[in-house]
Write a protein that binds this ligand. Structure first.
Ligand code: N01
Length: 548
């Protein structure tokens, strides 16, 4: 039995009042990017509709309701900057916002700016084709609506298509199964249960300590051990809040000049890890470990470009794991061997400590892989584990998954799936040759997930809105990335990534979590140079684009 998805889209045939309507702009997705895109399009005075698969706004924060879910960017930075009153008035209680708080915030934004009237909920975009004769996108939803628009903006998120590995027997399990990315709205009571959780990525690392406190037994199936750094969540510091709010606009502007799009008030240490002796290196790592959060990854300026520097940071974290986990065998199993931070860095609240609990069992599924799911549990190559429920914390088809899930067809009926079969090919992570008037917010080839997502989203939305406004002002009806610009861009993204240690391990950044997905490093390391490039392109009359 599988837990049902919390929201089922309308069935084919159950058309809405918007069937047959045409708009200036159609937006797919009402998460943080879709909401802001809607707000900006309205400011242009254009007609617009948003198609949203879920039953409410929030995107990631609508779907990911697993226990312990919270953002790992500081609250004061993981929020919109476009409205001074909003950012002054909103009060975040803790250093990192919980999923319910972020959702409450996004719902507030939707209400405050009366955005809901232009959003069709429970409406999943199924297909979109560019009609060359009419110069319009024709969009079909799963419920059978047909809408059209001059511009189509994909605000579909970087991590919105959950992946459940195709384990043998996965449908035979007698108890409920859950995916962290599709958590039941009513929550789950794990009291008295034997719970299995597969995966040890960011979602699992947040969920495991919370579920361990509720469950009778928690069995953690780990394929790759995880480096995680203490989040050190705490109530927000009122003095810091006052200081930031005294000049919020300046704070946002400074964050937009940071590579991470955040932490301008706590910048990284701009020296090499190899420029200091071992004792000093240890002192700096320790200082940042105690401060908590992503500050650790700013201990030195070369952790992601120099193998020796990276190895020093990795060894520091392994030392912490060995000092925390009482059973030396379990501690060794929890010690990762790969490059630190080449998989998406993880922050935790008591993750390694959880393995000292009597009711938590760590199972190494790298040494003894999962063979099958049985009606009563999980069988690995070494043993069978009896379980009452199973949680798949197995991640997402990142960056491209939500775009290729929709049957997108450009000029001549060419499909995006086909065009991207060997990896995403686009210009600035924003536009795809052959797909005119289509924009992708935080698409592959842009910094997106390597940057504070709110900063990445605002930069993209503002660029796209300005672009649409400028096209209309100048009487252009069509914009399309050129093939040459896209080829050069893909080459640039690869070159930049290859100068770092990011491509050195199996991560979803590389598509390595999906069997058969081409191994291409998808996000671009390099905000704010990227934002400057986007400005330059626009300033040069949309260089690299063909305008008609
Ligand atoms: O997913 P993941 P996630 N057999 O892909 C394992 C963001 N996020 O949902 O590493 C056994 O990271 C897989 O093992 P391996 C954040 O960007 C942010 O946790 O591939 N195991 C891995 O351990 C994050 O990176 C926040 O060997 C299998 C796990 O499943 C992204 O979302 C919170 C397997 C998947 O980890 C995704 O995180 C949560 C198999 N067949 C998420 N297949 C915050 O802001 C996969 N695995 C805090």
């Amino acid at each position: 039995m599988h837990a049902t998805e919390p929201d089922e889209p309308n069935q084919v045939g159950a058309k809405t009042a918007f069937d047959g309507e045409s708009y200036d702009v159609l937006i797919v997705g009402a998460g943080a990017s879709g909401l802001y895109m809607l707000y900006r399009v309205r400011q242009l005075g254009l007609s617009v509709r948003v198609l949203e698969a879920g039953g409410g706004v929030g995107g990631t924060w609508y779907w990911n309701r697993y226990p312990g879910a919270r953002c790992d960017t500081d609250t004061l930075e993981y929020s919109y900057s476009f409205c001074e009153e909003l950012q002054q008035e909103w009060e975040w209680p803790e250093r990192y916002p919980t999923q319910p708080e972020i959702l409450r915030y996004l719902e507030h934004v939707a209400d405050r700016f009366a955005l809901r009237s232009d959003i069709s909920f429970n409406t999943r975009a199924a297909a979109a084709a560019f009609d060359e004769a009419a110069n319009r996108w024709r969009v079909r939803t799963e419920c059978g609506d047909r809408l059209s628009a001059q511009f189509l903006v994909m605000a579909t998120g970087c991590l919105s298509v959950p992946i459940t590995p195709k384990f043998d027997g996965v449908d035979s399990f007698a108890g409920p199964t859950y995916h962290t990315g599709r958590w039941p709205h009513e929550g789950v009571d794990f009291g008295g249960q034997r719970v299995g959780i597969i995966g040890t990525g960011s979602s699992a690392v947040q969920a495991i300590p919370v579920i361990a406190e509720q469950a009778r037994q928690l069995v953690v199936f780990q394929r790759t051990a995880q480096y995680t750094v203490p989040a050190r969540n705490q109530p927000v510091d009122p003095e810091l809040v006052a200081a930031i709010k005294a000049d919020y606009a300046g704070f946002r502007a400074r964050n937009r000049r940071m590579q991470s799009g955040q932490l301008s008030h706590r910048p990284g240490n701009d020296i090499s890890a190899l420029a200091v002796d071992a004792a000093e290196r240890e002192r700096i790592f320790e200082q940042r470990w105690q401060a908590g959060g992503f500050l650790f990854f700013g201990s030195f300026n070369d952790l992601m470009v120099n193998e020796q520097a990276n190895a020093a940071a990795a060894e520091f974290v392994r030392g912490k794991i060995r000092a925390t986990v009482r059973d030396p065998g379990v501690a060794e199993l929890l010690c990762p061997a790969h490059t630190i931070a080449c998989k998406r860095p993880v922050l935790d609240s008591g993750y390694f400590e959880t393995f000292n609990r009597g009711n938590v069992l760590l199972v190494d599924v790298q040494a003894a892989p999962i063979r099958e799911i049985t009606p009563s549990g999980v069988r690995t190559a070494a043993a069978h584990y009896e379980l009452d429920c199973i949680i798949f914390a197995t991640g997402f088809d990142g960056m491209t998954g939500a775009l290729t899930a929709i049957d997108l067809r450009g000029r001549g009926g060419v499909t995006l799936r086909g065009e991207w079969a060997a990896g995403p090919r686009n210009y600035l992570g924003l536009a795809v040759p052959g797909f005119p008037n289509l924009f992708t917010i935080t698409g592959p080839g842009s910094p997106s997930v390597l940057t504070n997502m709110m900063v990445a989203i605002e930069q993209h939305v503002e660029w796209v809105a300005d672009c649409i406004g400028s096209l209309r002002e100048q009487g252009h009806s069509c914009i399309e990335a050129t093939a040459a610009a896209a080829d050069a861009w893909v080459e640039h993204v690869n070159e930049v990534a290859d100068r770092t240690l990011y491509p050195t391990c199996n991560s979803w950044y590389l598509g390595a979590n999906i069997p058969g997905k081409p191994r291409v490093f998808m996000p671009l390391p390099g905000f704010p140079a990227y934002a400057d490039k986007c400005e330059e392109v626009a300033g040069n009359g949309y260089e690299g684009f063909a305008l008609a």
